[in-house]
Design a protein around this ligand. Sequence first.
Ligand code: NAI
Ligand code: 15L
Length: 272
Amino acid sequence: MTSTLNRQLTNRLLLTGAAGALGTVLRQRLKPHASILRLSDIAPLAAAQDGEEVVPCDLADKAAVDRLVEDCSAIVHMGGISVERPFEEILEANIRGAFHIYEGARRHGVRRVVFASSNHVVGFHEQSAVLDADAARRPDGYYGLSKSFGEDLSRFYFDRYGIETACLRIGSAYPQPKDRRMLSTWLSYDDLVELVRCALFAPQLGHTIVYGVSANPKVWWDNGKASHLGFQPKDSSAPYNDSIPAPASAPDERAARFQGGTFVTNGPFETL
Ligand code: NAI
Ligand code: 15L
């Protein structure tokens, strides 16, 4: 039993995107770290259990997000569109949505946010490159651009208002790697949970960019500039190496060349 003294605990923790793939995992695994877990999504959510509050909310609705954030001590912001979509959809959920989260944090005295960024902020770097937190941003679509916006937005709210943020440039968070690219980009669920825990409770956070990646044999990202988080991934894609076949057909040359994989050729989805 973890004693109260060394248990890292926040009072009311807001988890957005709680009905999503990663939100569903975090809803269970973050419970020991919050007296109350406030769960939100635009999609239906299972009824609140002990220690939970369920508050449906559209991130594009400024007043609703303001009410959502009130009385929260920290935010794990996982909500939003998680793939390439037409710009207007990305604009409402991811860009306006992130702005509403940070405005709510400012107005209601939230001091720390864990922001789900993405590897698609740097998706047009070559797969042969090893990037650290200061690598040039090379977003590979409107989705990646929206995450790049979130990284700049959170930097502004730290510099101007002192609200600390960890931007998690998550690679590929799934129960196991699904293709050859994920042998480099995979983040296990256990490592995801540990990364979020480290980001929530690191004594000094400031504004930190950290890649969400397990201890895979070949990684494209160096977390040396995020060592103050104390994140030590425990899993690796190595055991899956032989079970993942080569793609049935030759991948698009650009998808095979750049870190963003097929995102670099997705779309455009724009309609007039
Ligand atoms: P997901 O698509 O399963 O979950 C996102 C959730 O956000 C959904 O439940 C959706 O209903 C909700 N949402 C969308 N628009 C909304 C709006 N306007 N208002 C309120 N809620 C809204 O995505 P997943 O895989 O769980 O990812 C979680 C976060 O992590 C996302 O921000 C995604 O961009 C990011 N991420 C995920 C990676 C992965 O490998 N799963 C990799 C890199 C980043
Ligand atoms: C992401 O940002 C997506 O949200 C996720 O669905 C995966 O496509 C992941 O990137 C990836 O690059 O594997």
